[in-house]
Design a protein around this ligand. Structure first.
Ligand code: ZN
Length: 294
């Protein structure tokens, strides 16, 4: 009996020992998994636990693709969200739709989607009638930019003369341009060519997206204004780019130099484009965004 009891006690001790080792191992594994998981979460500001995330990154077009192609350079790491005056902006928020004469909007495009009316005080002061409509998501960035610009250079130095346009409005502008050149004696084909370099063909205008604005005057002398100088220095901090630079006409689809036309792409992208010295067509090619053609 004593012998069996000792053996049973030995077995019991061995089982207790193995059980304890197992518990310690399981605890260690759980601890390691927890450390690794929480470490990853803390290092990534874009995680789901980020405080007060503002508007999410978004693409508009079915042509758009995300920027997760590993062969492409990552967007620089500006923290998001960032404070722009009273507005908390998200530096990662982007709308990357590419619209030009080779990339028209699809036939079923909803021109009125996400469009709001902006306050009258943001129009160019000397213009009576302005089509005061803009994409709802980018309005806070545009408002912050105009507020900052006005605070720096004066209330009446900058204002919007044109923003969102529907297809019919663009067609009216385009047809008027063709008529103007035909009245000067140009053939239909030549008049259309001249018109298309000044007014985008209906369906191919960035103004259809509500992501583009014209400031003050559609005259190239706008480049001599305080407003233009301010925009050239600061617009990227609000997510805007000058869309039709003078040296990129061959790439932007033959659109003439338009210092007054500014397009929202997002803060990180606008900053990166400025660093790279690329126009939007070049940048889309570089990043593999959309079915770019130029
Ligand atoms: Zn424009």
């Amino acid at each position: 009996m004593a012998k069996r009891t000792k053996r049973q006690q030995a077995i019991l001790r061995r089982n207790l020992f193995l059980g304890s080792v197992s518990l310690v191992l399981i605890a260690a594994i759980v601890l390691i998994v927890w450390i690794v998981a929480s470490g990853l979460g803390d290092g990534d500001n874009k995680g789901s636990n980020s405080p007060n995330p503002s508007t999410p990154s978004q693409t508009l077009s079915t042509n758009d693709t995300s920027n997760d192609n590993e062969s492409k350079k990552p967007i620089p790491s500006t923290p998001a969200p960032i404070q722009i005056g009273e507005f908390k902006g998200d530096a990662n928020f982007t709308k990357t739709i590419l619209v030009n004469n080779k990339n028209p909007l699809p036939a079923n495009h909803n021109y009125k989607e996400n469009i709001i009316v902006f306050p009258n005080e943001y129009k160019w002061y000397s213009q009576d009638a302005v089509y005061r409509k803009i994409d709802a998501d980018i309005w806070p960035y545009l408002k912050a930019m105009i507020d900052a610009c006005r605070a720096d250079i004066g209330e009446k130095e900058i204002g919007i003369i044109s923003a969102w346009r529907d297809y019919g409005t663009q067609k009216t502008l385009y047809d008027a341009q063709i008529k103007k050149w035909k009245d000067k004696g140009y053939s239909q084909a030549d008049a259309e060519k001249e018109a298309a370099s000044r007014v985008a063909i209906p369906g191919t205008s960035e103004h259809h997206t509500g992501l583009a604005v014209d400031f003050n005057s559609t005259n190239q002398s706008f480049e001599n204004t305080k407003a233009f100088k301010w925009l050239k220095e600061n617009a990227q901090d609000y997510g805007f780019i000058m869309r039709y630079p003078s040296d990129k006409m061959d790439i932007t689809g033959g659109i003439i130099y338009e210092p007054w036309h500014w397009r929202f792409v997002g803060i990180n992208i606008a900053k990166e484009m400025k660093e790279l010295g690329m126009c939007y067509e070049e940048y889309c090619g570089y990043k593999g965004i959309g079915e770019y053609v130029y």
